[in-house]
Design a protein around this ligand. Structure first.
Ligand code: PMP
Ligand code: GLN
Length: 422
């Protein structure tokens, strides 16, 4: 293994899913839904296979039906206009879009800023591109009462000035409407991280693993910074539809000056509960998308032919589908978050994604790696140590991530098991 990749080893998801299988544990580690997506969309994939649509190499940029569906979806939901022929690129999942964007847009030696903790492929792709990653760490912060999404206060400490960082949340409060803790971006730290060598900002909202959804005010500030310092932005928005408590996901590309400097990434895996299909997409200006495509063509060339047709049909599903998915995940979040709090974890209640991050220190633990490696034997549950998403490993050490994209009975059983930890 070359020097660029030597530090990465096996992804934590493969390791932990194998551990779940080996021990027969409930797998709340790797983020994949326990229930497959809509029957009618599976049927659409079967029809495409049977009718011979996509069984041979599809067009390089993706089948026209899907590119049009992506553009329609962006227009309908966010009033973002993209030409399906030149400004939409279909990829082998969001993973390939991230890789291709970095390989296409940065030079060796450039600095790439990423929000830490970050999804594990970011670090590896930055390294493969020969660039230097510059982490900006999301900090634990007590939040004002229930999540307010885009209306969330600019000063997260304001409503609870007496709570020191690290102050525990009352047990059992995590799923309810009580004040709760979150991870926040410090915009001053972000500003300070930009140097003359910074080429690109790699953003992720809703954020894996913290569940933080960047607010309108935060995004506006990020946009101003990107324009001022002439940065490109790759924004990973695969959890765009998985946002709770009435909060709003706002694509960065909708802010002034951003459309021409932003590559936005989405995925059918998360939005339609088909993570095995590996259908993703990138949208942006024709210039940026052409560049990403130049790299993509030599990674997979094309992928997932018949599934592209099915994903096109899925994107045209009525709003009620997206609302139903969101409500179901929110209920799963509430169940798991409350159970984790009852079991003695300190819970950072997520406003989006599949994941809830916890602090294990109230359980008398401090090493998330050791905790996650022992958890299957102790109670039959698998989780992910957030430290793998940090450059500053020590900062991530006490945090552990649990996935709630599972059936209610599975989550209830996991909560029962975790209750035995105390
Ligand atoms: N970005 C983030 C933040 C993710 O959590 C994931 C997968 N869980 C991906 C990208 C990869 O998406 P895909 O499966 O479409 O490649
Ligand atoms: N994105 C998923 C997660 O964060 C896992 C994807 C993968 O296994 N690479 O759990």
């Amino acid at each position: 293994l070359n020097r660029r990749l030597a530090e990465f080893g096996t992804t934590i998801f493969a390791e932990m899913s194998a551990l779940a299988l080996r021990t027969g544990s409930i797998n709340l580690g790797q983020g994949f839904p326990e229930t497959d997506g809509p029957e009618e969309i599976r049927e659409a994939a079967v029809r495409a296979l049977r009718d011979g649509r996509g069984n041979q190499y599809p067009p390089g940029p993706g089948v026209p039906e899907l590119r049009t569906a992506v553009a329609d979806h962006q227009r309908r939901r966010y009033a973002l206009d993209h030409d399906p022929d030149t400004e939409v690129l279909v990829t082998a999942g969001a993973t390939e879009a991230i890789a291709a964007a970095l390989l296409a847009l940065v030079e060796p030696g450039d600095e790439v800023i990423a929000l830490e903790p970050y999804y594990d492929s970011y670090a590896a792709c930055i390294a493969m591109a020969g660039a230097t990653r510059v982490p900006v760490t999301l900090r634990p912060a007590p939040a004002a009462a229930p999540a307010q999404g885009s209306a969330a206060p600019d000063a997260p400490h304001a409503s609870n000035p007496s709570a020191p960082p690290g102050a525990p949340v009352p047990r059992g409060s995590a799923g309810g409407a009580a004040a709760h803790r979150t991870f926040r971006l410090d915009l001053d730290e972000l500003r300070d991280a930009v140097t003359d060598r910074t080429r690109l900002l790699l953003l992720n909202t809703p954020h894996n693993p913290t569940g933080t959804v960047l607010t309108r005010a935060e995004l506006a500030e990020i946009a101003r910074l990107a324009v001022e310092r002439d940065l490109l932005v790759v924004t990973d928005e695969v959890y765009e539809h998985l946002v709770f408590d009435g909060a709003e996901h706002i694509p960065l590309a909708t802010f002034p000056g951003m459309r021409e400097r932003t590559v936005t990434i989405g995925s059918a895996g998360k939005t339609f509960s088909f993570t095995g299909w590996k259908v993703g997409w990138a949208t942006g200006s024709a210039e940026l998308v052409t560049a990403v495509r130049a790299a993509k063509q030599f990674l997979t060339y094309v992928a997932s032919g018949p599934f592209q047709y099915a994903a096109a049909e899925a994107l045209a599903l009525p709003d009620s589908y997206f609302e139903g998915l969101r409500d179901e995940l929110q209920a799963g979040r509430d169940l798991l978050a409350a159970g984790l709090a009852d079991a003695g974890f300190e819970v950072y209640r997520p406003t989006g994604t599949y994941f809830v991050t916890t602090d294990i220190r109230p359980l008398g633990e401090s090493d998330g790696f050791a905790f996650c490696r022992a958890l299957p034997e102790r109670v039959g549950v698998v989780a992910i140590p957030n430290a793998v998403f940090y450059d500053h490993r020590e900062m991530g050490a006490p945090y552990v991530r649990f996935a709630f994209c599972k059936r209610k009975d599975t989550l209830a059983e996991a909560v029962t098991r975790l209750g035995r930890l105390a």
